[in-house]
Design a binder for this molecule. Sequence first.
Ligand code: NI
Length: 265
Amino acid sequence: MQLIDTHVHINFDVFQGNLGSLEQRWREAGVAHLVHSCVEPNEFQEIRSIADRFPELSFAVGLHPLDVDKWTEGMADQIENLASSDSRVVAIGETGLDLFKADNYQQQELAFISQLEIAQKLDLPVIIHCRDAAPQLRKIILDLKRRSPKPVKGVMHCWGGTPEETEWFLELGFYISFSGIVTFKKAQQIKDSAKIVPADRLLIETDCPFLAPVPKRGKTNEPSFVRYVAEHLAELRKVPLAELASQTTANACCLFGIELPKENS
Ligand code: NI
């Protein structure tokens, strides 16, 4: 069985010095590939050196909506240049909107639209972070589609929306990625959303080190735990785990243009 963890942050301090054992555990869990997200372009060199060490890692470059105070006029060019500089860059992001406790909507919107345009230009998918902002986000993407014929593709990562909001982004052609939150007992709305996503639009992730899935809840999350997300989704959707694994892996390969080596076993 091969799984792809489509959203990790293993450059964070909490993993310092542990990457070797982390790798051993993700391989044991069947994780064949990881997509490393990026919260600000300054992380690029560090993420790239992690990718030098682990051939099963590809990565994104972008600015997180909660970091948009760092957005500068030159940052769009910086992101575009970095994204073009390495063939292992498979996405722009993470970007999006987070209105949970933010009062800088204008700035978030500006940075988000710029990054959507870079993704369009480079024909890369966007990794979208959306918190309490689904209507605004949908409108921005619809507006962009209206004024530009080029496709916008991507994934709603760590998805926490209602089934209705899920439909909006499915209609826009987006993939929906579920994290450990879907395993939480009280996350009924997210479980309901997970049941309606068509099999060919479903992705899985850990978003580690955050939000470890049950039965590891409260621990530091890590890529090997994506297996618990897969198991839970298989149960929710009433499909065999092997089927869910091969489908979500094929979806990730399709969206991010990943080619997996042949399975040994
Ligand atoms: Ni993230």
